[in-house]
Design a protein around this ligand. Structure first.
Ligand code: GCB
Length: 615
């Protein structure tokens, strides 16, 4: 606890991403005691007047630590009239989780600071610990409880967790204030340039998790690497009494029960024979109820077990060859519109993917909601999960690297018990260069060290020669398990859709080829012939010819075309065809399926008939 307290001080005074958080609580929603979702008051603060004084000194670094909006000051009844130039209680409210861009017309393009405040009642119980948990806040968040700073966090798609055990008020009346700032910076992750909307705010669930004084903070219960007969993993306790404790692992349905003893660091590793497990697969997404018990504490999870490995150019799921019928997905619900806000939105996206015939999804380009991974487990969809190391990152900046590594570690921590997750992707379309290779290969090594039971990949770029050969030879490929690349023949290059079948592929690596992107745009309801750009017929022809062209690739083991649904993108400014949306969706932003949807659906039907034998 002392260490955790010291670390959380560190985050207050440093500019680093919040290394402050103790390890993320595994399956945090299962420890939820109080949801803070709902209406939060907010104040728009482009000049950051609630954070800095007029000399641009941060209030929270002053001797008193006071003066910022986080004080949530209200007029007292003193004789002297006080000057207070903000008032949360009379400010507008917004629904959390939810981005600000789609909830207030003034904020559609806004990049800067918005302050949020929520009152809540929670009387701490003696002997318990409390953690304030945000699923995600984009991008830089400063968090205060009852006027005191808890910490700072950078990274818009990974959880923010702060211990508040000693900071809750004894009376039970509390308020939390968050300064969220989505300003883009060149040295951040992602950097200033992306092809998605920079949604700001508290975009995922907020709650308080309650735990015993010493508790199960983390665990991994998965099959050992490539070994369907053994479970391997660990349980990690946190708290003063963590050494020498007994933890029971129970998977009743499989008749497995094991008592584990923690070492001096509160960790118990195990390897357990588990011969008769029914393995998880998209055809049969079997999940087992897994229970971990330490004294009075019981943590429950639903976990599937499967192996995934490559063999030459093959991908083996549970030892059997699989073809990945995929689609790329952004964490956005165009129908609301805005960031997906909860289970219903996420289920809608994955249901569309199932309807398309998918057994696999690429969750681009950043960590998606933990709920998405759980739904994928339940619905039988394999997952490519990614960090926002996208395009031009500040490759030479050590802080940028640390930030990327932290986001990767948090993603892996959050998803490591999900059978659906088969790929950790370390980035997308990063440009060739020495500094980049060093940065990316280091990330690949880190990902492997954190979890060697998944494949490591990245979406690479290609280049062409005048003989119509497409080359994939990025040196980063050496460090990866898949030959994955984005390929836009018929849209960004290669002429009309009917011309692209002349291309052949020269792929340097003897690894499974999984095309991470392909596609072209169409405005739903706009019709023309197969050569009319933006028409549904153009996109349809593009998919037909892409499929023909790709079928010539030896070792093609799957694809995730770009993208399931049209999504908001600032760089897409054509007033007729785009109107602020990237139109490469197979489904429009009003939920209308375009012609190309059915082309891919038919291809996937054929692939399923070939590979999904049901055995
Ligand atoms: C890409 C990017 C993706 C873009 C897409 C496009 O290669 O990886 O983020 O949205 O192309 O539509 O241009």
């Amino acid at each position: 606890m002392l260490l955790a307290a010291l670390l959380s001080c560190f985050s207050i005074f440093s500019n680093q991403p919040a290394q402050a958080q103790t390890s993320l609580i595994q399956n945090a929603p299962a420890r939820r005691v109080l949801s803070l979702n709902g209406s939060w008051n907010y104040i728009i603060d482009p000049y950051e007047n609630g954070f800095y004084d007029y000399r641009r000194e941060a209030f929270d670094k002053s001797a008193s630590g006071k003066g910022g909006y986080y004080d949530n000051q209200k007029p007292s009844n003193s004789q002297e009239p006080e000057l207070i130039e903000y008032d949360f209680d009379h400010s507008a409210v917004m629904q959390i989780p939810g981005d600000w861009n789609s909830q207030d017309a003034k904020l559609l393009y806004y990049e800067g600071t918005v302050w949020f405040k929520k009152d809540f009642k929670l009387k701490p119980t003696a002997g318990k610990r409390y953690f304030l948990y945000f699923g995600a806040i984009n991008y830089e968040a400063h968090i205060y409880l009852n006027g005191k700073k808890l910490g700072m966090h950078k990274g818009g798609f990974t959880p923010v967790q702060l211990e508040i055990t000693d900071k809750l008020s004894a009376s039970g009346d509390n308020f939390v204030v968050v300064k969220a700032d989505n300003t883009r910076h060149a040295e951040e992750v992602p950097t200033i340039n992306t092809d998605w909307w920079n949604y700001g705010g508290i975009t995922r669930d907020v709650y308080i998790a309650e735990t015993p004084a010493t508790f199960i903070v983390d665990y991994k219960v998965q099959l050992a690497k490539n070994d369907p007969a053994n479970l391997a993993g660990y349980v990690q306790l946190d708290g003063a009494e963590k050494a020498g404790q007994t933890v029971t692992l129970n998977i009743a349905e499989a008749g497995l029960k094991q008592t584990l003893k923690t070492d001096a660091d509160g960790r118990a590793t195990f390897r357990l024979r588990a011969k008769k497990l029914k393995l998880w697969s998209p055809l049969s997404p079997k999940l087992y109820a897994v229970t971990l018990t330490n004294g009075a504490e019981t943590v429950q999870d639903k976990i599937g077990f499967r192996t995934i490995q490559t063999q030459g150019q093959d991908i083996l799921l549970n030892g059997k060859s699989i073809f990945l019928r995929g689609i790329s997905i952004h964490d956005e619900n165009p129908l609301i519109p805005g960031r997906a806000r909860g289970e219903g939105d996420l289920r809608m996206l994955l249901t569309w993917a199932k309807e398309l015939g998918c057994n696999y999804v690429r969750l681009a380009h950043y960590p998606h909601n933990e709920i998405m991974l759980k739904l994928a487990d339940e619905m039988g969809l394999l997952v490519w999960a990614e960090v926002p190391v996208y395009w031009t990152i500040a490759w030479e900046n050590p802080t940028t690297y640390q930030n990327a590594e932290q986001q990767l570690s948090d993603l892996i921590s959050m998803g490591k018990n999900r059978a659906s997750v088969m790929v950790w992707s370390i980035g997308n379309e990063t440009p060739l260069g020495d500094a980049r290779l060093k940065f990316m290969s280091r990330l690949a090594t880190k990902a492997r060290a954190l979890d060697d039971t998944r494949l490591i990949a990245a979406a690479l770029e290609l280049h062409r020669t005048p003989d119509n050969v497409v080359h994939v030879d990025d040196p980063l490929g050496e460090y990866l398990d898949l030959a994955s690349f984005n390929e836009y023949a018929g849209w960004y290059w290669g002429g009309k859709p009917s011309e692209i079948t002349k291309y052949t592929f020269d792929i340097k690596y003897n690894k499974p080829v999984v095309i991470s992107e392909l596609g072209g745009s169409a405005l739903a309801g706009y019709h023309g012939d197969a050569e009319t750009r933006w028409s549904e017929e153009y996109q349809e022809a593009l998919y037909i010819n892409q499929i023909k062209m790709l079928s010539t690739i030896k070792g093609l083991r799957g694809l995730t075309p770009w993208i399931l649904v049209d999504f908001r993108a600032t760089r897409r400014q054509h007033p007729v065809y785009q109107n602020g949306f990237n139109r490469k969706g197979l489904i429009s932003n009003t939920g209308q399926k375009k012609k190309a949807f059915y082309v891919l659906q038919e291809y996937y039907r054929q692939q399923a008939a070939k590979y999904d034998t049901g055995k």
